[in-house]
Structures are given as C-alpha cells and as structure tokens.
Design a protein around this ligand. Structure first.
Ligand SMILES: Nc1nc2c(ncn2[C@@H]2O[C@H](COP(=O)(O)OP(=O)(O)O)[C@@H](O)[C@H]2O)c(=O)[nH]1
Ligand SMILES: [Mg+2]
Length: 201
C-alpha cells in the first residue's frame, strides 16, 4: 500500500500520506477536481492547445476548454488529522500513457472521472486499473447538460466488477470532491486488507 509514515513526535498521531491518481478522459474535470479539493495551490502543467494538439484532441461536447494538461496536476488534501492524500491528475490523452506506470507505483488507488456524454473515454483508465488490480472508484462528474444516468447504469455501461463504487460528484465542489476521495480511501483500504488476509492464508 502506498504510504509514507513519519514517527509520531510529542504524542501526535503519526502522519500518513497516501498517493491517489485522478484519471479519466480529456476534459472530464480532473484539473478542476484537483484544484477544488487541494489545500496547496495546485501545480498544473497546462499549455494552450496548440494548433497541432487541436487536430488530435477532440473537443466536441467539452465546455469552454482552452487548455490541456500536458504533464499532470498535483495537489494535497488532509482527510483527517494524520491522514493526507497526494493527488496526481494524470493526462487522459493516449499519447501520455507512458507516464502512468511510473505514477501508479505505490498508489493506494485511483479516481476515474467520467462524463456520461462520453462514457467510453474512461474505458482505457478502467482497463488500466483493473489489469493492475489498483482499486478505483468511478466518479461521474455531473455536468449541467449531461444526460443523467444512475450509478447502476454507469456501472453496467462500463462493465465494472461488482463492488466497484460509482459515485456522482461535482468536480468544482470541494466537499463533493472530498466525498469521492473518502469513498476511495475506504474502498481501497478494504481491498488492500482483504488481499493481505488472502496472502497470509
Ligand atoms: N459545468 C461544469 N463544468 C465543468 C465541471 N467540471 C469541469 N468543468 C469544466 O470543464 C472543462 C474541463 O475541465 P478540466 O478540469 O480542465 O478537465 P481535464 O482535462 O480532465 O483536466 C473546464 O472548462 C472546466 O471548467 C462541472 O462539474 N460542471
Ligand atoms: Mg487537466
């Protein structure tokens, strides 16, 4: 499990930092989510869509999007005293997949953001985490004009394993984003614990 511990000093609870990936298709709200929940000014590596990028990146159905993340978003949130999460927003475009293997080392789990207008955009992320047995939750970013699906419809459409949580969220809202992260931490905690028990027989 991806964790970093520092020994408790003067009776305080030991601090633990967990690494979380935020994935999903282009324009689904990854940068927005990391920015909304982060306590530190989120680091972004964004570049104006270049002429070349415009022909590659399909911006249909994406609201007012003029920048694209070329490397990653980074943020931090304290879930409760002694537990913080480091968030890594990973680029959704296929040409950046090579970054993921590095990034997913030691990660507790992932959030796969989904837009119901372009649900298929998160297939690659879902496949990626399923194959590597990295626990993930699917967070449906509820854009105003998106067709509204229920969590069960999304789960069926993505053919998720039973038990993979699907949560509805607003990526712009801090509490909503925090809720998603708490669900992930709880779910991933259970998954890792179950595997640990399995491995000791
Ligand atoms: N209406 C609405 N717009 C959103 C929401 N989340 C993100 N956006 C907008 O959608 C665009 C793409 O979001 P962004 O976070 O850059 O997507 P990324 O490519 O996944 O990092 C931005 O212009 C956001 O302001 C949302 O929940 N509702
Ligand atoms: Mg982005």
């Amino acid at each position: 499990m991806g964790s970093e511990r520092s020994d408790a000093t003067d009776g305080e609870t030991a601090a633990m930092a967990l690494k979380i990936l935020v994935a999903g298709g282009f324009g689904v709200g990854k940068t927005t989510l990391v920015g909304a929940v982060s306590e530190i000014r989120p680091l972004r590596t964004e570049e104006l869509l270049s002429e070349a990028g415009q022909s590659v990146d399909d911006t249909e159905g994406i609201d007012r999007k003029t920048t694209t993340t070329v490397a990653m978003d980074f943020g931090r949130i304290t879930i409760r005293s002694g537990l913080s999460l480091y968030l890594f927003g990973t680029p959704g475009q296929d040409r950046f997949w090579f970054l993921w293997d590095e990034l997913s080392q030691g990660a507790l789990g992932a959030v796969v953001l989904a837009d119901t207008r372009r649900l298929e955009d998160c297939f690659p992320a879902v496949d990626y985490f399923e194959h590597r047995r990295i626990p993930f939750v699917v967070a449906v970013n509820c854009f105003a004009h998106a067709r509204t699906y229920g969590a069960q419809d999304v789960s069926r459409a993505l053919d998720l394993d039973r038990g993979t949580p699907v949560v509805l969220c607003d990526a712009r809202d801090r509490d909503s984003g925090k809720e998603v992260l708490i669900r992930l931490v709880e779910y991933a905690g259970r998954m890792h614990a179950a595997r640990l028990l399995d491995s000791v027989g």
